[in-house]
Design a binder for this molecule. Sequence first.
Ligand SMILES: [Fe+2]
Length: 512
Amino acid sequence: MINRRSFIGSAAAGILLPASLARAAVKTNPFTLGVASGCPRSDSVILWTRLAPDPLQGGGMPPADIAVGFRVWEDAERRKLLREGTVAAPAADAHSVHLKLAGLRPGREYWYSFTIGDFESPLGRTRTTSRDTGNVRLALASCQSWQSGFYAAHSDIATWAPDCVIHIGDYIYEGGIGTIGTRTVQKPGETLSFRTVRLHNSAEIVTLWDYRNRYALYKSDRALQAAHAAAPWIVAMDDHEVDNNWAGDVPQDPWAQTPLEFRVRKLAAFKAWYEHMPVERPPKIDGISASLAMNDVFRFGQAQVHLLDTRQHRSDQVCGEGFPGQAPCTELGIAERTLLGTAQEQWLARELRASGARYNVLASQIWLSPWRFDAGGDAPEVNMDAWDGYPAARQRLIGTLADGVANPVIISGDWHCAAAMTLHERPFDPSSRPIAREFAGTSISSDCGWMREMEDSRAVNAHARYLNARHRGYCRFEADARHWTTTYRTVADPYHAESPVRTDVEMRLTDL
Ligand SMILES: [Fe+2]
């Protein structure tokens, strides 16, 4: 029996193939990319899958909307069936399913799967949020370059089965095919070596076809599938989901991509991101312009998580794309330069004022705390792509956080380097008032080619209490009425899929 309500908004798109015909049209298992859930609320969650019997070649489904069966249980043993029905996998969305499961109870676990005839997806576990949860467990992940390592960190996340995984970007990388083997980089007194352990499936991705196949490649990984099946995720993209260091409508290399080409590319990237993420809102497409409503707020007991979008609304970087940028840089002082955009800045200030939570988390793709690479002159040499490249916007945000926000906790990624830092009112002056704690995660698998530069500049960055650029991994956060605990989990060998994952350090936050 088809649940008609599930088809609103998609049935008009094409012919709907009912389950029996759909099964006849699908010769091999279409659930090659696993399942996922996301956008957890106190009463709802989004369930995701995508039908792709031939995942690296566009999916391999017939060009019709397909009716997919779903079931939801209240127990892992599947004895207590809560709901079942049918949902459309629209051909226009690469046969992805985004089912909003509403009417759920707060702070509860649920299990789900999808079917087409006798094909059944893996079983997924999800969980609704609750303001009253006593102990919250969150994982922070980012930067999972396929070529530079395996996903042992994701296996460890799956085992831990947190309340939610927060992924803040670089879910895929857009680059072409590397070379299997070891690459060495000579540094003073040390030879660094990095390995390419598996290869991308195409040259640099540009078209919708390319982006879909790249997501399919990444999502074919068993450990990544396990982490998705273990918990709901909230996700925000960073740069590599589109193109390295893009900003608004400006690519990193405007001499190599025209504005028109970049817009079309961004549209393809946004569309494919939606098709592969357990998110509620598709991109808004106006002609060849696409935008995503990515920033959002989620409440997990004592912690309110503000998921930021630091890519789509930012002013272009100034004074060089490399790092450190070219100092001194007079353009850095321009007050109007923005990172979040005015609307998001105002939204964030409103949410923070109304929060009432003990911990106010800002999930920022890029580091909010400063990091200088020079010896301590008047014009700090910094990474222009991070908040360091947007000092006026950062000072506005510091003003908002300093205005009575309880325990601001910044969680960030992008830099492939783990760090625990204190953000001060005057960021480069550690004697000024502390405003927030920041926990930068490392990367699931991406290299930190600048690890020596980070280590060599540590002495002039006294606000950092912990720095680890040498290991891949992720962060665990646990919050209850009394404590916030951050645990840095590190992968012993990123070049082995079954590598052990250990605790490097555990830190307890004290009130500011
Ligand atoms: Fe990255």
